[in-house]
Design a binder for this molecule. Structure first.
Ligand code: DGL
Length: 270
């Protein structure tokens, strides 16, 4: 029984960690495509090719359900995968919908027409590819009316985190928040639309100020996975223990992951 969790690198560990806390008996198989990160500066064909290769590997490893714990892949590849690539007996879920449902005060799977919500001014921080896809705005428009979204493409943040250069990451977060605030001085809420960014959540919150509600995906995705598995327990797949795969250097990736999650994580080469 293993649920696959995929990201271009270390960001999806924020989602994995929340899923492990919420579902302690479920084994996970984490796949970090570290050799090809960051995805956020790639075009959508490239992101599609890399994401299908990684998720195909998770299926080969016995996972029946894979979560794209990567907004860039969810934005650029998920729909295309679901339309023509995912085998009939497998499922791939993204990370947008739980977040947008939380922002728009909806229960899981509430597909009623769009309505007014309390949040009116939303700052979206994401990778260049996610911002260019406008996928957040599209998902939001299905559920809410009258919400003004200002998006900031946060170039460089994922690279700095993957390199473990947290001083650079913090400086970049400050400058991206500054740039966003020049376009939207007083957002009510901010979305951390990249799974790497919760690793910098305190820095985003400090730069935005305490009045801004910061939404990040980890707990929301864990909750919606728990709900999904309750309805579809057969999607648990094969496997007994949580394990970690990377296309990068396993020693280096393990060290960073251990630093971020503050517990020993050992990656193996794919
Ligand atoms: N963590 C990914 C996301 O949520 C990553 C980005 C990247 O590789 O640029 O978008």
């Amino acid at each position: 029984m293993a649920v696959g969790i995929f990201d271009s690198g270390l960001g999806g560990l924020t989602v994995l960690d929340a899923c492990m806390a919420r579902l302690p008996d479920v084994p996970f198989k984490y796949f970090a495509d570290s050799a090809h990160a960051p995805y956020g500066v790639r075009d959508s064909d490239d992101i599609y090719t890399l994401t299908t290769a990684a998720v195909g590997r998770l299926f080969d490893e016995g996972c029946d359900l894979a979560i794209l714990a990567c907004n860039t892949a969810s934005a650029a590849a998920l729909r295309r995968m679901q339309e023509g690539w995912v085998p009939r007996d497998k499922r791939v879920l993204g990370v947008f919908v739980p977040l947008i449902e939380a922002l728009t005060e909806r229960q899981w799977g509430d597909n009623s027409p769009p309505r007014e919500v309390d949040t009116k001014h939303v700052a979206l921080f994401a990778t260049p590819a996610t911002v260019a896809s406008r996928a957040f705005q599209r998902e939001l428009a299905f559920r809410a009316i009258g919400v003004d979204v200002e998006a900031q493409a946060c170039g460089g943040v994922v690279d700095a985190i993957e390199d473990g250069d947290m001083i650079l990451a913090e400086a970049l977060v400050k400058s991206h928040v500054d740039a966003l605030q020049r376009k939207m001085p007083h957002p009510d809420a901010a979305i951390l639309g990249c799974t790497h960014y919760p690793l910098m959540q305190a820095e985003f919150q400090a730069a935005l100020g305490e009045d801004v509600k910061v939404f990040s995906q980890a707990n929301l995705v864990a909750e919606s996975l728990a709900d999904y598995l309750e309805r579809r327990p057969e999607m648990l797949g094969q496997g007994q223990a949580t394990s970690y795969l990377t296309t990068g250097d396993p020693g280096r990736v393990s060290d960073r992951a251990t630093q971020f999650l503050r517990r020993k994580i050992e990656f193996q080469s794919v």
